[in-house]
Design a protein around this ligand. Sequence first.
Ligand code: ACO
Length: 335
Amino acid sequence: MYNSKIAGLGFYVPEHVVTNDDLSKVIDTSDEWIQERTGIMERRYVEGDEDTTTTMGVKAARIAIERSGIDKDEIDFIVFATLSPDYYFPGPGVLVQRDLGLRTVGAVDVRNQCSGFVYGISLADQYIKTGMYKNILVIGSELHSKGLDMTTRGRGVSVIFGDGAGAAVLTREENPEKGILSSHLHSEGQHAEELSLIAPGMGKRWVLDILKDNDPEDTSYYPYMNGQFVFKNAVVRFSEVIMEGLTKNHLQPSDIDMLIPHQANLRISQFIQKKFGLSDDQVYNNIMKYGNTTAASIPIALTEAWEKGKIKDGDLVVLAAFGSGFTWGSVIIRW
Ligand code: ACO
């Protein structure tokens, strides 16, 4: 058995900045409401055809691969996490294989929304642990802006999301005390519809049904979120899964050097920080600048924290996410 470690990180966000004031010109909302409830000040949107979920992922991946010092021909496997794939099928993993000109390595797409990157890292870690693969590219990328209900009807959801991508290259770590120590994954499908996009779904309500019905009140192809219910579950599950990871490794909250929570809502991060008695230096947040970028939020935040020198050799880094499914998880890393 080997451990795996993160050898390279990268992120990409579109240049176009959309402020809360910009949004309040098209929907009935305000900078004050959005900042007070979510902490978000601005987010990035892809303009026109400049990018897709895949191309953003590829841009982040190029940086991560370069920083890893691993040749792209040495990448053995691709994991791509997103809820906003370019095509209904095939998934974006194969598009990355093509666009980066990788060998004909395996590519898997992870459909776990906000927990997607944590699930992806866990998956990659298992392959490396067993020795099946040595170097794995894990991408989280999301293009929300083209699929949001940008009317007052959709304001509870639409103000939260932004576009962007992050990537990590995982490689074998020979030291058993370093790298990814453990990962912890959960789901509770009983609440699947509380945070969901129901249509188009091949088995239930496909595009042709939507077109045929031509119902202006049909919102099934927009994301739906029971915000308060999600919030209440998020704070409980975040706390549980972080503690689960720490306990498994005989660690305490005070041992955390850097917690990278999924950037769902600044209030959720602040709740967790307070609950575990962590200082501002022990938790990294950037939702203020990018909004909630779902599967991309953890790799973007992790990369930024690393670029700012906030993660050092030997640090205990904890990744934690909760989101649609419900799914949630944590990853405990000795950097
Ligand atoms: N601007 C102004 N008013 C608004 C807006 C808006 N953008 N959105 C909703 N409101 C109004 C509502 O209409 C409601 O008005 P009413 O009281 O007159 O009926 C009032 O504000 C309160 O609405 P709530 O939905 O109850 O607002 P809440 O305080 O719950 O905040 C929020 C909403 C920010 C979405 C919060 O519930 C939240 O962050 N939830 C968790 C999000 C999350 O963690 N998601 C998981 C990740 S996402 C993923 O996995 C895809």
